[in-house]
Design a protein around this ligand. Structure first.
Ligand SMILES: C[S@@+](CC[C@H](N)C(=O)[O-])C[C@H]1O[C@@H](n2cnc3c(N)ncnc32)[C@H](O)[C@@H]1O
Length: 233
């Protein structure tokens, strides 16, 4: 697939190491959040073999250890960043039946020829507009096996908060808390968030999920704006 000059994946295609260093410093609560993901996958694994589709997988640096402690029988990762996918292959070594796809996540779910027991997405869905998110919920609902779960890790707006108010708060959080990031890198990250982050409120996500027949919703935990949510039929 030809790569566009500038879009929501530019930061990840051109400066994967910047995102990686933010995650490493736990500025987006990867440590706490992926501990929850490990617990969720372990619970699922205890019920028998499971397959997992990972949307916007990035380099899988944080999901790979979760997968290794609750081995899926099949893993498929999807991302638009070739640089991230190249690293993902390394992080996922040791797992069986791994497939990595350089593809748009919505198109990937819609085109999937098999179903999955778990569909997971970490910090990627907020890049879609509201219509795209609704389509994603429909596509995920259609590709989950009976009893399957859509585990969504993402930033979420407060109820009643506009996108502008959300951005004001999040950019302030970045500029005051992400103190170890080089100023030019911090501004690059802020520009990315201001241009490409479209988080929904929890109510909106629940409404979209319900419209796709994913009526059971669980807020597992949240760390400031960073949420762990589970949707199922
Ligand atoms: C913030 S990173 C998250 C990486 C990892 N999942 C995590 O939790 O740390 C977002 C990833 O989503 C990818 N992405 C954004 N929009 C996408 C789309 N429409 N289709 C596929 N991947 C996308 C980016 O390339 C990037 O690798």
């Amino acid at each position: 697939m030809p790569e566009p000059a500038t879009d929501e994946t530019t930061l990840f295609r051109q400066s994967w190491t910047l995102y990686d260093s933010l995650a490493e410093r736990n500025y987006m609560f990867h440590r706490e959040i992926y501990a929850h993901v490990t617990a969720l996958l372990s619970q699922r694994r205890a019920g028998g073999p499971y397959s997992l589709l990972d949307l916007g997988c990035g380099n899988t640096r944080f999901l790979a250890p979760c997968l290794k402690s609750a081995m899926p029988s099949r893993y498929a990762g999807v991302d638009l960043s070739e640089a991230a996918l190249k690293e993902a292959r390394e992080y996922l070594s040791g797992l069986d039946h791994v497939a990595l796809h350089h593809q748009d996540m919505l198109q990937a779910v819609q085109a999937a020829e098999v179903s999955f027991d778990i569909i997971f997405s970490g910090y990627a869905v907020h890049h879609l507009d509201a219509k795209g998110k609704q389509e994603l919920f429909h596509a995920c609902a259609a590709k989950l096996t009976a009893g399957g779960q859509f585990i969504l890790v993402d930033v979420v707006r407060e109820e009643g908060q506009t996108r502008e108010e959300y951005l004001e708060g999040y950019l302030d959080f970045m500029r005051t808390q992400w103190t170890a990031v080089r100023p030019d890198h911090l501004e690059e990250a802020c520009d990315h968030v201001a241009a490409y982050d479209f988080p929904e409120t929890f109510s909106d996500l629940k409404r979209m999920a319900a419209a796709a027949s994913l009526t059971h919703v669980r807020l597992v935990d949240r760390f400031a704006q960073h949420h762990v949510l589970v949707f199922s039929a």
